[in-house]
Design a binder for this molecule. Structure first.
Ligand code: 15L
Length: 270
């Protein structure tokens, strides 16, 4: 793995990876709608609108692997999600196929399965239950990844990222926290492990209150270093300042579930 493109370079996770992936691969290329503010001379940056297939083809040209973080990273209006995350993701996979890119790591999200109750532990065999249009777009990306893996022979890894941060922010994030260095481990498995064909991993650190069975990632050698319980007191103190949210506190996706909610007033136990 020599030439690696990371889309979404100017976003929060992209900025974090620019520091952590430095020196890991000989040639890193970064792309986004606009360059990161601290882009250094000599860094390879390609401006690309994911909704424009010609931009995407230029960005993926000559790459061996792609980490696809690009798109809209929270809930948004349908047109925004459609262009950035649905059309954009399709353009990315299709451009990769045409240009002979061998591996893609897709940044999926916990919001693809946000409508499972917190009391339920799920594995990657649980059907998707998106909690937002954003979550639907992530489920779409995972499905697209399977198509390109099994039909076109790309090696695809989808990482359902929980919450990437230096420390868990609140009670929910104690269960879904992902330490940045642990994300790098998962990305490297996706880009380098010889046995990857199509995998879905949960992007979570060593979280004692976790809701996800990450057996698939462990089989590929993932050994998370972050322990969310080390940050428990601060996270619970932050939680105490938040207003109660009957729906959001019940489901794994939190406020992504309660936003716009006008469904069954009874909470689903399963
Ligand atoms: C995500 O998928 C978002 O990109 C991020 O901004 C957080 O909202 C995160 O999920 C989360 O669930 O905390």
């Amino acid at each position: 793995m020599k030439n690696v493109l990371v889309t979404g370079a100017s976003g929060k996770i992209g900025m974090c990876l620019r520091a952590l992936l430095k020196g890991v691969y000989p040639h890193l290329r970064w792309s986004d709608l606009k360059p990161p503010a601290d882009l250094a001379a000599g860094e390879d940056f390609v401006r690309a609108d994911l909704a424009d297939v010609r931009h995407v083809e230029a960005a993926v040209d000559g790459m061996d692997g792609i980490v696809h973080l690009g798109g809209f990273s929270v809930e948004g209006p349908w047109d925004t999600i459609l262009n950035a995350n649905i059309v954009g993701c399709y353009n990315l996979f299709e451009a990769a196929r045409r240009k002979g890119v061998k591996r893609i790591v897709f940044a999926s999200s916990n919001h693809a399965v946000g409508f499972y109750p917190r009391r339920r532990r799920i594995g990657i065999d649980a059907p998707v239950r998106p909690d937002s249009r954003y979550g639907v777009s992530k489920a779409f990306g995972e499905a697209l990844g399977a198509l390109y893996a099994f039909k076109h022979g790309l090696a695809v890894t989808c990482i359902r990222i929980g919450n990437l941060n230096d420390a868990p922010l609140d009670e929910r994030r104690l269960s879904i926290w992902l330490k940045p260095e642990d994300l790098v481990q998962l990305i490297r498995i996706g880009l380098e492990h010889p046995d990857i064909r199509y995998e879905v991993f949960f992007g979570a650190s060593d979280n004692a209150r976790g809701w996800w069975d990450n057996e698939a990632a462990f089989r590929f050698g993932y050994r998370p270093q972050g322990r969310s319980e080390d940050h428990r007191d601060a996270a619970l103190a932050a939680q105490a300042k938040l207003p109660p949210d009957r729906i959001g506190d019940w489901y794994q996706g939190g406020t992504f579930c309660s936003d716009e909610y006008d469904g069954d007033p009874d909470l689903s136990p399963i």
